[in-house]
Design a protein around this ligand. Structure first.
Ligand SMILES: Nc1ncnc2c1ncn2[C@@H]1O[C@H](COP(=O)(O)OP(=O)(O)OP(=O)(O)O)[C@@H](O)[C@H]1O
Length: 584
């Protein structure tokens, strides 16, 4: 992703706090329970000492034994509860991040999707969010509890001997400076490791999405190399992060040992001069010893946070991609809704600033009802007309209006609920035929589905499939023919009762039966709805009420088949070649 897109992103910990905030009280409860477990753990040796003393003085031990047993059980129970609460909270943070990110990805604007790798975006939702689990428990709780213990110990040390505290802090400060150099390296390595996981996701998605072509091309070894290279890069960077994390942990340990020795030397000298007593020195040394655990905990939390920060950074990048505004889905048009009219006025459009214009001032009008066919050489900009109507992209200048109202003034869900869109390659989604049909209108009743299946000449197919409408037809399911896929896509669009149907006809050849079925279906629909077809077949255009001939991003003629065959040389040529194999 470009720097421009990542610019203005908040620091990762702010995003982490956003995700943690709804769970702050449970997190606090978990931390308190952990602290209580630690504190009761500290009591155990004292009770054990009492028990041994009772034993040696021949006193009854039942009371002490009971207390000890009670404490051990309570300690285990509180400990288990504490770790459960913390783990649960961490999972809730991961859930929150996954929900937010997946909702956001569904709202991404199409140009952002054009520029992204779906596999990498997927890795951000699945793999990166998982890393927040450890950050929440280890980092936040570690930093909280470790920091608290650290502060309490430092206060105690200040009370015992401020001079020796100064010596201790000086040694810790040197270690802190070394850590300041190490920590960013952990962050960088973690980031690169996660990026490599993203590259793996993208490569996997690319290969699995076209596995037949990959196999047919004998490209498995090369694709394998790419995948392995990404996996190895992730390994290399994770090992680098592990190396720096280990160095950070040992720096902390070394600092504490150095502090111990320095305090021993300086404290010894102070005892010799009579500045402090031996008891004070021993007490202070004990505190230095106590300091070790919380310091290790805090350093562990900081290093652990680096991995989380890298993941948070990647999540933030995805959240910074341009998205459509969040809006509630609009109701579908009522069965009695009138068909829509459409107009393009001097529309100029290009897919990106560094790409040539695809539309150089496109103008046409489509009245309500009837069928309008768009024809023209490949690359003329026909499919782009549909993408602009759906507002997948916005034109640079000019106006597109539906029912006389500029698209920009429509609420996006309402606009899209008025339109049915059948893509050129008519994707069939993983799942049953019913799920595919009801994608855009899950509430459609059986009667409506049956009626639409009849209109789209699919009733025979539903009867023929082994489990009828419940047959899996999508990914790895029963294969549908090209014509059937197109008609399933049309049926899916019709179930939304569109006021405007956009049909991007498949370029592939269909057999005569399928072609006739498709033509009759479209003609039927055009009686009650406004239908726009990007036509690749002569049989489609001959039934059209009007034909818009496009060439190089401009409308060069509008008319009926009969008018255009004689009136427009390009159309005459396209018609003569049955629109097949045309290229600019
Ligand atoms: N997402 C995109 N990003 C960049 N350029 C694109 C994109 N989609 C299409 N184009 C380009 O825009 C031009 C017009 O494409 P469009 O799909 O509208 O043509 P078409 O007339 O429908 O062609 P065909 O008949 O082959 O489907 C082509 O040059 C194409 O390469």
């Amino acid at each position: 992703m470009s720097n421009a897109e990542t610019a203005g992103i908040r620091p990762p910990w702010r995003l982490l706090l956003d995700y943690v905030r709804p769970h702050r009280w449970t997190l606090l409860a978990g931390a308190v329970l952990s602290l209580v477990t630690g504190a009761t753990g500290l009591l155990l040796p004292l009770v054990a000492r009492g028990l041994i003393e009772d034993l040696s003085h021949d006193r009854a031990i039942s009371g002490a034994l009971l207390t000890l047993t009670g404490l051990v059980v309570a300690n285990a129970a509180v400990g288990a509860l504490g770790s459960y609460v913390l783990r649960r909270t961490a999972e809730s943070v991961v859930l929150g991040a996954r929900r937010a990110l997946s909702s956001y990805l569904l709202r991404l604007r199409i140009p952002a999707v054009d520029r992204s790798e779906p596999g990498d975006l997927m890795a951000r939702v699945t793999s990166d969010t998982t890393l927040l689990r450890e950050v929440t428990t280890d980092s936040l709780v570690g930093l909280g509890t470790g920091g608290l213990t650290l502060a309490a110990t430092v206060v105690m040390m200040a009370l015992v001997d401020p001079v020796l505290l100064g010596v201790t802090l000086a040694v810790i400060l040197v270690a802190g400076a070394i850590l300041g150099v190490i920590v960013p390296r952990i962050n960088r390595a973690s980031r690169q490791a996660q990026d490599a996981v993203g590259v793996m996701g993208a490569s996997l998605e690319r290969v699995l999405g076209a596995l037949r072509t990959v196999k047919a091309s004998g490209a498995e070894p090369r694709e394998e190399e790419t995948l392995h290279a990404a996996a190895e890069e992730s390994w290399r960077q994770s090992v680098r992060a592990a190396k720096w994390s280990a160095a950070a942990g040992n720096t902390a340990g070394l600092a504490m040992q150095s502090a111990f020795i320095t305090v021993l030397a300086v404290g010894g000298a102070r005892v010799a001069t009579g500045a402090i007593g031996v008891g004070t020195l021993v007490a202070f040394l004990l505190y230095v010893f106590y300091l070790m655990a919380p310091i290790q905990q805090v350093v562990g939390a900081i290093t652990q946070y680096q991995t989380g920060a890298a993941a948070l950074g990647r999540i933030q990048e995805a959240l910074a991609l341009p998205a459509e505004p969040a809006a509630r889905p609009a109701p579908l048009p009522s069965p009695a809704a009138e068909p829509a009219s459409l107009s393009f006025t001097d529309v100029r459009f290009r897919y990106a600033d560094d790409l040539p214009y695809v539309h150089h001032g496109v103008t046409f009008d489509v009245p309500a009802r009837g069928m309008t066919a768009f024809v023209g050489p490949s690359g003329a900009g026909k499919t782009t007309v549909f993408s602009l109507i759906e507002r997948f992209y916005d034109p640079e200048s000019g106006t597109i209006s539906l029912d006389g109202r500029a698209l920009a003034d429509w609420e996006l869900p309402l606009l899209r609920s008025s339109i049915g869109y059948v893509e050129q390659d008519a994707p069939v989604l993983s799942g049953s035929l019913r799920a595919n049909l009801l994608l855009g209108n899950p509430e459609a009743d059986d009667d409506t589905v049956r009626r639409v299946l009849k209109t789209t000449r699919l009733d025979g197919l539903a009867d023929r499939l082994p489990q009828g409408l419940e047959t899996r037809v999508g990914h790895r399911g029963t294969k549908l023919s090209g014509g059937e896929r197109q008609r399933v896509a049309i049926a899916r669009a019709l179930l939304r009762r569109p006021r405007l149907l956009l049909l991007d006809e498949a370029t592939s050849q269909l057999d005569a039966v399928n072609e006739a079925a498709l033509r009759d279906t479209v003609a039927d629909v055009a009686r009650t709805t406004t239908v726009l077809v990007v036509a690749h077949r002569l049989s489609t255009v001959t039934t059209a009420d009007r034909i818009v001939v496009m060439d190089s991003g401009r409308v060069r003629a509008v008319g009926t088949h009969r008018e255009l065959v004689t009136g427009d040389p390009l159309y005459a040529e396209l018609a003569a070649t049955q629109f097949l194999a045309t290229a600019e």
